[in-house]
Design a protein around this ligand. Structure first.
Ligand code: HEM
Ligand code: HEM
Length: 206
């Protein structure tokens, strides 16, 4: 079977660092979200350690994501054909992929998730710093800190929901996960799901 290169080694290492840090930052943050999740502190050495580690894990995730952002933002720029794809997406959910407009490296759903991740991470960083005791929180007025806590929690919820959709889609579209594990996809996968990208990397040869 002919395979096409979709991600370089560096892209994949970067992606899995972000995914690992997402799980660590997410679990340590959720531990403080509601008492029902407090048991998660057991994973990080107890309450005080979880509280100390969470912001550093969050900042590490943000920095790693900046690396991914620089690698992928150009490919996620919204084009006119993406609006058309998004309008017709109910057909895709019914399983009629053949009725969808041709897709480049990423479809409109993937692009939307990419920008959702980017906005959420900026909001998490900015708001997280505003109530990061004992380092920065004292520099911000109390009202601002209260708003920051709510925005931080809402952004975390959006990021986690986005990640669930992202992971579900990666598994649902068979043959996608290997793009991020081995770096390659089959030519048939590319032709079916990303025909314009297929033509670009093969020089249009089918
Ligand atoms: C980007 C850098 C980040 C910083 C500086 C940061 C900082 C903080 C701080 C200081 C707290 C307060 C803990 C407390 O005293 O109760 C917190 C809570 C929390 N963080 Fe982060 N965080 C960051 C990223 C993240 C990320 C990436 C996630 C999710 C994947 C996340 C999810 C949460 C959640 C769910 C809470 C609990 C919010 C609440 O109780 O209202 N944080 N964060
Ligand atoms: C832990 C489970 C995860 C799995 C199984 C997974 C799987 C994948 C796969 C298979 C791709 C390639 C899709 C394609 O080339 O069409 C991909 C791309 C990507 N993933 Fe993940 N991922 C996970 C977590 C995350 C997390 C937590 C983030 C960030 C918050 C993330 C951000 C990205 C980005 C930015 C891309 C490039 C797609 C684009 O730029 O639109 N992934 N992922």
């Amino acid at each position: 079977m002919k395979m096409l290169q979709r991600y370089k080694d560096g892209d994949r290492i970067n992606h899995w660092m972000v995914a690992l840090l997402f799980i660590l930052a997410g679990l340590s943050g959720l531990a403080f979200f509601h008492p029902a999740f407090y048991f998660l502190t057991g994973l990080f050495g107890g309450g005080p350690w979880t509280r100390i580690l969470h912001p550093f894990l969050g900042v590490a995730m943000f920095l790693m994501f900046v690396g991914m952002f620089l690698r992928f933002w150009r490919r996620n720029i919204w084009k006119a054909r993406d609006s058309e794809w998004a309008r017709r997406s109910p057909a895709l959910l019914k399983g009629h992929e053949g009725e969808m407009p041709p897709v480049g490296k990423y479809n409109a759903g993937q692009k939307g998730i990419f920008w959702l991740f980017s906005v959420c991470l900026v909001l998490l960083l900015v708001t997280g710093i505003m109530f990061w005791q004992p380092w920065f929180a004292d520099s911000f007025p109390i009202l601002l800190r209260r708003i920051a806590v709510v925005v931080h929690a809402l952004s975390a919820v959006c990021l986690i929901l986005g990640a669930i959709v992202h992971i579900y889609a990666a598994i649902w579209v068979k043959g996608s996960v290997r793009a991020m594990t081995r770096g390659t996809v089959s030519e048939a996968w590319a032709r079916q799901h990303h025909p314009l990208w297929h033509d670009e990397v093969t020089g249009g040869k089918r």
